[in-house]
Design a protein around this ligand. Structure first.
Ligand code: ADP
Length: 326
C-alpha cells in the first residue's frame, strides 16, 4: 500500500443495471480511504482518447437507483491492439492514475488482464453483466434485475398465450450461458427452457414435445437462450411450424429491454459490496483479480480464471424445471 494515490474507474462492454451503484461504491470507498478518483468515460475508449474527469463524492450522488451507466460504455477496437493499449497507458500516466477498477463482462476483464500484464498496472475487475457468465462469483451485477425484467414480460405474455391457447418461444439474452433462460423459466412457471449448455447433447424441442407439453395446459411458454448454440427462438418456431403444424406458435424476442431499468435491491447491494471490496483489495496490494461473491463471502478471482468461460449451470436447475412443468 502507499503507492496507489489515484484510481480510475470505468464501465466497459455490455451495460448492466447496477453499474451505477458500482461506480458510486468504488468512488465513495476510494474517497473514504483518502484516494483520488477519476472517472473514465466510454470504457477503454476513454482511456485511449483521454476522456477522463476528476470524480468527487457528489459526482455519484443520486445514481444508485439508475439503470445504465453514467460513465457510458463502449466497445473499443484500439484497446485490442498493443499500440492502442500503449496510448491508454500513456494517458493513465499523464492523468496520474495508479490503478484501474474495471466494471464489465468477460471481454472487459480479458482486456484488463492483458493490459495489467503488459504495463504492470494494478487492475481490479467487477463482474458487470446481465449474463451471469463469469466464473468465481455466484451472481454478477445486473443479472438479478434482468431476471426480474424477464419475469415481468413473461407474466404478461402468459396472459395472451393462455387466452389464445398458443405456444410461445421467448428469446432471452445470456450469450452462451443459459442462466437467464433456466432461472427465468423456473421463476415464471414456463414449461421449458432451451439452453446452450445442453444444446449439443439432446434435441430439446423433441424432448419438450415428447413430454406432451399440452397434457394439462392450454398454453405453453418456452424460454430460449439467444446463443448461436441454440439457434434462438425463431429457429425453434420455424421447426415447430414445419414438424408440428398442428400447434399455433408465436415468438417474442425480449432484446435490450433486459438491459435497462432500475436495479433491484439485490443488484444494488451486490454492487455496493463488490465496489467497496475492490478498494479494500487495492489497499491490500491485490491486483489483477475480479471481486466476486461466493456463499455470501467476498472472494478474489484471478482474471484468467474468471474469464475462462466455464461457469457451470447446476444440473439441479434443469431437474427443478422439468419436475415442475408437468
Ligand atoms: P463484455 O465486457 O461485456 O464481455 P466485450 O466482449 O465487447 O464486452 O469487451 C469489451 C471491450 O473489452 C472490448 O471492446 C475491448 O476494448 C476490450 N477487450 C475485449 N477482449 C479483449 C482482448 N482480448 N484484448 C484486449 N482488449 C479486449
Amino acid at each position: 500500500m502507499g503507492t496507489i494515490k489515484c484510481i480510475g474507474v470505468l464501465t466497459s462492454g455490455g451495460d448492466a443495471p447496477g453499474m451505477n451503484a458500482a461506480i458510486r461504491a468504488v468512488t465513495r470507498a476510494a474517497i473514504y480511504h483518502g484516494l483520488q478518483v477519476k472517472g473514465i468515460y466510454r470504457g477503454y475508449h476513454g482511456l485511449v482518447t483521454d476522456e477522463i474527469t476528476d470524480f468527487k463524492s457528489e459526482n455519484v450522488s443520486n445514481i444508485i437507483q439508475l439503470g445504465g451507466t453514467i460513465l457510458k460504455t463502449a466497445r473499443c477496437k484500439e484497446f485490442t491492439t498493443p499500440e492502442g493499449r500503449k496510448i491508454a497507458y500513456e494517458n493513465m500516466q499523464k492523468e496520474g492514475i495508479d490503478a484501474l477498477v474495471i466494471i464489465g463482462g468477460d471481454g472487459s476483464l480479458t482486456g484488463a488482464r492483458i493490459f495489467a500484464q503488459e504495463f504492470d498496472v494494478p487492475c481490479i475487475g467487477l463482474p458487470g453483466t446481465i449474463d451471469n457468465d463469469l466464473y468465481g462469483t455466484d451472481t454478477t451485477i445486473g443479472y438479478d434485475t434482468a431476471l426480474n425484467t424477464i419475469l415481468e414480460a413473461v407474466d404478461k405474455i402468459r396472459d395472451t398465450a393462455t387466452s389464445h391457447e398458443r405456444l410461445f418461444f421467448i428469446e432471452v439474452m445470456g450469450r452462451d450461458a443459459g442462466f437467464l433462460a433456466i432461472n427465468g423459466a423456473i421463476a415464471s412457471g414456463a414449461e421449458a427452457a432451451i439452453i446452450p449448455e445442453v444444446s449439443t447433447e439432446v434435441d430439446q424441442l423433441e424432448e419438450f414435445i415428447k413430454n406432451g407439453f399440452r397434457k394439462s395446459k392450454n398454453s405453453s411458454i418456452v424460454l430460449v437462450a439467444e446463443s448461436e448454440l441454440t439457434g434462438g427462438a425463431m429457429h425453434y418456431a420455424e421447426r415447430v411450424k414445419k414438424e408440428y403444424p398442428q400447434y399455433e406458435v408465436r415468438v417474442t424476442i425480449l432484446g435490450h429491454v433486459q438491459r435497462g431499468g432500475s436495479p433491484t435491491a439485490h443488484d444494488r447491494i451486490l454492487a455496493s459490496r463488490l465496489g467497496t471490496a475492490a478498494i479494500d483489495a487495492l489497499l491490500e496490494d491485490q491486483r489483477n483479480v475480479m471481486i466476486g461473491i461466493e456463499n455470501d463471502e467476498i472472494v478474489y478471482v484471478p482474471f484468467s480464471k474468471a474469464t475462462k468461460n466455464d461457469k457451470r449451470l447446476k444440473p439441479e436447475l434443469i431437474k427443478v424445471l422439468h419436475e415442475l412443468s408437468i
